[in-house]
Design a protein around this ligand. Sequence first.
Ligand SMILES: Cc1cc2nc3c(=O)[nH]c(=O)nc-3n(C[C@H](O)[C@H](O)[C@H](O)COP(=O)(O)OP(=O)(O)OC[C@H]3O[C@@H](n4cnc5c(N)ncnc54)[C@H](O)[C@@H]3O)c2cc1C
Length: 430
Amino acid sequence: MNLFETSRQVTVLGAGMVGVSCALALQAKGWRVTLVDQQAPGEETSHGNAGVLSRSSLLPFNRPGLWQSLPSLLLRQGSHLKIRPSAITHWQWLWRFLWHAKRSSFEVTTVALDGLIQLSSDTHRAWLKRAHVENRLRDTGWLWPYAHTDAFKSGAASREVLQEFGVATEVLNAPALRALEPHLAPSFSHALWVKDAASVDNPRAVVKAYAAQFLEAGGQWVQSKVSVLQQRPSGWQWVDQAGSAHWTPHVVVALGPWSESLLEASQVTANFKVNMGFERGYHRHFQTVEGVSLGRPIYDLSGAYVLSPMKDEQGQDVLRLTTGVELAARDAAPNLQQLESAENSARRVLPMKSAVPHSDWLGSRPTTPDSRPVIGEVPNAPGLWLAFGHQHIGFSTGPGTGVLLSELMSREATSIDPRPFAPDRFEALF
Ligand SMILES: Cc1cc2nc3c(=O)[nH]c(=O)nc-3n(C[C@H](O)[C@H](O)[C@H](O)COP(=O)(O)OP(=O)(O)OC[C@H]3O[C@@H](n4cnc5c(N)ncnc54)[C@H](O)[C@@H]3O)c2cc1C
């Protein structure tokens, strides 16, 4: 192996949407890539999500106006935000997250996320085709229905931002909504149809199809828990579950909600701390009633859920109900209260059969204080690259992350501005 070949060798830790995307994009640039995960690809957060790919996701949760709406978010029955006592474990994230709910952060974040979302959308489309799973993508947008005119009015600021960014939307009145989604109960006065959006019918299957592409093109796969990461002269060493050490000149940490835990346990990043938070969310599947369907996911803000039409592993139609945010310690025991409340709300707007047995799932959206993922090389740690912190949109923005990271690692001009995602923004806070 010559020197050039050695320097273009990389190990990607984590095979969720983000890690698999990094592996695919690096491989496309001629890197020799090893992908490592303790499970098969796509079994964690990248499996359980709502499968939405939308330009409207440029709006972070911590935006101007969050402070004013906090009392109602915290006190309202059935709110899409629940705070549990164990959330205290990530209070450092919480106060920073709230501090970023201001105009100056919002302006940087919305532009940055929009760039990443658009790059990801183009890349997803190319990869879905290459992996022969383009049939899993539905170009039907997604819907935000509102029960009252007042609720619709309260979304005006968000709609204005979407308009500024040129995101295609249409406001529907009750009859127009009924024409688009005839099976929804007639309880909504308005809806916003976000047309610059698509969705997939099985997120796990998409990650697995991308991973299969990676293997087919000669990528290496190791299934093992990574216990520790250590810096070595001219590279990095990761230790597998059997205690064996593996050397690599470059390593990408793409472990989603577990990324910072590994960095901390390994003590490889002095003077650098992201302070990640965990926005937990649940899902439950329901069998569909014959003749009743949804053409696209709906995001019912007042009911605090997203309902997405999906296919299960046997190809059967199911409805996946996903909940809003539960702030709690990442590994705290599940509390099904939010899921039950979301189910009650959803049943009022669409007939659904019983829940699919054993379908309940809990995952953590990995969120940085400024709602922008961390993509790039850690300062003063050459060869240690990060790709994590994708909050509510990591399924959709994994591919753009992979492309950007592969460009940075190959020292090429980048498709989007990398600075808003650079790890060095977390250096000064420590
Ligand atoms: C309820 C809910 C709904 C969502 N809806 C959407 C949506 O509609 N659209 C969207 O774009 N995003 C959505 N998201 C967010 C999205 O799912 C995440 O941002 C994304 O999946 C994160 O991907 P990831 O690859 O970073 O993490 P993950 O998919 O969690 O992958 C991390 C991987 O690391 C592995 N791992 C962890 N520790 C170790 C270790 N020590 N050794 C080896 N392997 C390890 C895990 O096994 C896992 O495979 C939603 C999230 C939730 C919770």
